[in-house]
Design a protein around this ligand. Sequence first.
Ligand code: ATP
Ligand code: MG
Length: 710
Amino acid sequence: KDLSQIDFNEHLNPEQFEAVNTLYGPVLVIAGAGSGKTRTLVYRVARLIEEGVDPESILLLTFTRKAAHEMLKRASELVGPKSHLVSGGTFHSFCYSQLRTYCRVLDYPSNFTVLDRRDIEDILGLLAEELGLKKETARFPKKSALASIYSKKRNCMKDCLWVLKRGYAHLTHLAPILEALFDAYQKYKRRHALMDYDDLLINWKTILKNYPEIQEAVSRRFNFIMVDEYQDTNRVQAELVRLMAYTHDNVMAVGDDAQSIYSFRGANFKNILEFPELFPGTRIIKLEKNYRTHQPNLDCTNAIIANAQEKFAKRLVAVRSGGRKPLFYEALDENDQAEFVVSRIKDFILKGVEPSEIAVLFRASFHSFQLEGLLNRYGIKYVKRGGLKLLEGAHIKDLLAFLRIILNPVDRLSVLRVFTLIPGLGEKGVQRIYEAMIKVDDPLKAVAEFKTKAKWHQPLKELVHRLLAIKEKDLGLSDLLKGLTSIYEPYLTDRFPDDYPRRLQELNELSLIAGAFEDPGEFLTEVALDPPDEEETYGKGDAVCLSTIHSAKGLEWKVVFIISLVEGRFPSPMALERDEDLEEERRLFYVAATRAKDVLYFVAPRLVNVSGGGVVPGKRSRFLDEIPPGLFEIWGNKSRRFNTPGKQELTTPEPVKVGGNGFRVGLRVRHQVFGPGTITKVIDNEKVAIDFDVVGSKIINTQVAKLSKI
Ligand code: ATP
Ligand code: MG
């Protein structure tokens, strides 16, 4: 591509152009949804490369790995493949990669393990037990609550008491005990070469702060730093950017304080307003034109955010002309809601709208339950945005533990998991071996030389021998996993005599997924932090998107439905007590409504299902009632019941074919690894096709797999 061909002027408005062409010094672009902030970043990457800047000196920080890929792909359409050399990703994955190089100064080995949420909870449980806290303390918080408290404490840089006062007021008397447990947790991680999600940021910050040589090297290496969605960064992230940019101050941050939706991770929408204080001399650029949608949609979304207590001073004006007001459909119940959405989707597809241009958004993942069933029934492909629940199967966890031991032989949780697979070897035994392992330079060899007369020693020696052999081969990740699968196989068949063939097949699939990653450590980290979603893994391009609003951030579709707009669903019941939480819910609603390019639907059922069965009357969400009248239309004239040509067809049930074990089309089932799904076809007495909520369609043999009906 001839570089001089791009006329940036033609693709950008004057304010965007100014931002793109301010190559040096701090710049803050603060602007509303759909005003072209992300586009500005993409063009700026292209502009820098065109200017001759080494792409490897550009760092692009985004909220998901996928967002970074997407942006760099767009940049490469402008200036060619060099854009792919730009370092891009999430704060966490970036910090991980830097820590791999530099963590030795903190006495961490470079093969440290990143803990996922389950690991963290397991360790906290273990330590609470060891310290005798559970027995001594009445109403000791759950492990998951502990993990959240500690994470908030660290991201907000406060003590436990501060966190408890905001959200766990009934536990404030436990503050000293929780601090003690926290200290034990910190020590434990260090001793076992472990880091959690928050450590990645905090340890990297510690290094930058305490080692000026490293700080300087990194700052010179990444001479241009750009951050998208800056409103969702927390204090630690802001300080990281500040520390890394100290030699040059070439930082561009873009964001919208009205779209801040991650306070539960310690983000604060005021952070973006403090950017100019961190970077004196910041050039602030505001974008006021909206390119995403038309004026009627914009009038409505402007009104939504105008209801916020905080006054966000950004009024957007649409560039596009025409357009229709958003539509509101009040459904009878959740089934009717799903039927309405599906009938509209069918209609749009018939009219030529690409399925991938349609999205259904909801506050919480389970709100799409009925809808998914119905989409399956009508054979409409969809993808659900969110993580693959890869780690749930015990056999998958086993295999990953093998991999972790190869990478980090003193990873205690993995050592425990793997060695106890050996018959006769229990936790106490492993604990003794483990203590011998951490004392020496070559922990795996220490196992083989461990002095004991126990029967399990010979099989253990053989296992370790095979692990050492495979480690020496220096295989690529995919082959390494295959090799480890074969080492694991005999244990697998012992452990799961009923259904090991199916599990083995899944382990092989895992090796395939891993093929997309070069580095095993990176793979494990990503699986723990930002698991590949099904779109990435299986590449279902042409499908309707079902997404929680959090995962829809920054994206856009021609047609957007926001469903379950009733009190207790949206706003969420957890948010009703504190004003701040309610305000965040409102911003979340604003994020949802601003995803639409052409058509926006609000949908609310009159009756909502309650857990345990039955329905209760729902109350329409306050966020809808707050919108001044006239800014949206009611769907379907006066009659509440909608009536479209597709309707007749929709309510005719398909003939039901019943397979072996009573599995039939439409039945919801749970698979141990793939999670919940709906049977879409009964193939024969053994096999059924299931469309899993997360991983999509698969043929499952019901004689082998343990499916439970849900
Ligand atoms: P959000 O706050 O939701 O992340 P954003 O400010 O990042 O939104 P973008 O996603 O960059 O907005 O842009 C919204 C849409 O407007 C995109 O389709 C983008 O291509 C288009 N757009 C932005 N600026 C221009 C422009 N100058 N000319 C034409 N299209 C534009
Ligand atoms: Mg954006």
